[in-house]
Design a binder for this molecule. Structure first.
Ligand code: ZN
Length: 322
């Protein structure tokens, strides 16, 4: 599973970071999923391998502008490019109304494709695609806000050629039946069970992508099965103590503790206050302060998101920057 960050700033853009948007794709697939769509997201897509024609689903975490003001522009561009397939938008209450009003006010009365909204703030929300099962998980923020879990469908293991040859299973349709998980009877009467000649199924990968949230521990249940958590870490603990909790954001230490308690293997932090710089000048705060804070309490892999950076959660469960 590949994640490409288009925007990683909290609240408003800076020179080095745009507001929130994240691409998720199944490995090398050109089909993709967009999680949040801050203003300017369509600019960040230019020159990217992902096109609006191959966009499958947009998931919106909450109604704040830095997470959805990019929707009307992106949707209108997809129509100008002649997209045909319906576009699914999974979002809490308010997002559909915002988008439809914006399009109506801009006199966009006809589009080349259908927009379909699905309310993700319902307890039974679950959306199945070719690649993933998507579920939503409530967070703690100033407005209703949700994390999205993307879980791969289980895949069956590959046939082990050596074992097939040892058991003298003739190459051909019988191999196909075994790959499909069926038992077979050989001409000499022996019965071969698929488990005897197949590698174990790979564990489906599960990625959780949070929205804004000041209590990462409320994701504990889903995090116990999660390989990779993408979560906001807007302020360091000292800054959060100074500014107070009214913005309802997390610190890196909070995210690290929640991930450690649930046994999550990898964490990517994002949605940083613009006071943190990647290359700070004297007197400025460094993004490395946030990294140090999470690493002090969390033993898994930590990555700090940056615009136009991508990571791959590989089949063997390792996380690599690509
Ligand atoms: Zn935000």
């Amino acid at each position: 599973m590949r994640l490409s960050f288009l925007g990683t700033a909290a609240g408003q853009p800076s020179r080095e970071r745009n507001v929130t948007a994240l691409i998720l794709a199944k490995d090398d697939s050109r089909d993709w999923y967009l999680i949040d769509c801050g203003e300017g997201t369509q600019h960040r897509l230019l020159g990217n391998r992902y096109t609006l024609n191959h966009l499958q689903v947009i998931c919106v975490t909450h109604v704040h502008g830095d997470h959805m003001f990019g929707l009307p522009g992106l949707i209108t561009s997809a129509s100008m490019q002649g997209r045909q397939a319906p576009l699914i938008i999974c979002a809490p209450e308010g997002v559909e109304s915002f988008v439809r009003h914006a399009l109506a006010c801009a006199a966009v009365h006809e589009m080349s494709f259908e927009l379909k909204f699905i309310r993700s703030d319902r307890a039974d929300f679950r959306y199945l695609t070719v690649d993933f099962t998507i579920t939503s998980h409530p967070l703690s923020h100033r407005v209703p806000c949700f994390a999205y879990a993307f879980e791969e469908h289980p895949e069956s293991g590959n046939l082990e050629r050596e074992k097939l040859q040892q058991l003298k299973v003739p190459r051909g349709p019988l191999w196909g039946l075994l790959q499909q998980g069926q038992a077979i009877i050989l001409p000499d009467g022996r019965i071969i069970m698929p488990e005897a000649v197949k590698e174990p199924s790979p564990k489906p990968r599960l990625v959780v992508i949070g929205g804004d949230n000041d209590r990462p521990e409320i994701l504990h249940e889903i995090l116990t099965r999660t390989d990779l958590l993408v979560h906001e870490a807007t302020f360091s603990t000292p800054v959060r103590e100074k500014v107070g909790g009214q913005w309802m954001h997390s610190t890196p230490a909070q995210v690290g503790k929640a991930a450690e308690a649930a046994g999550v293997k990898h964490v990517i932090l994002t949605h940083f206050s613009n006071r943190y710089q990647r290359r700070p000048k004297p007197g400025q705060s460094s993004i490395e302060e946030l990294r140090a804070e999470v690493q002090a309490v969390y033993s898994g892999t930590v990555a700090m998101a940056a615009d136009n950076c991508s990571w791959q959660l590989q089949r063997d469960g390792t996380l690599v920057e690509v």
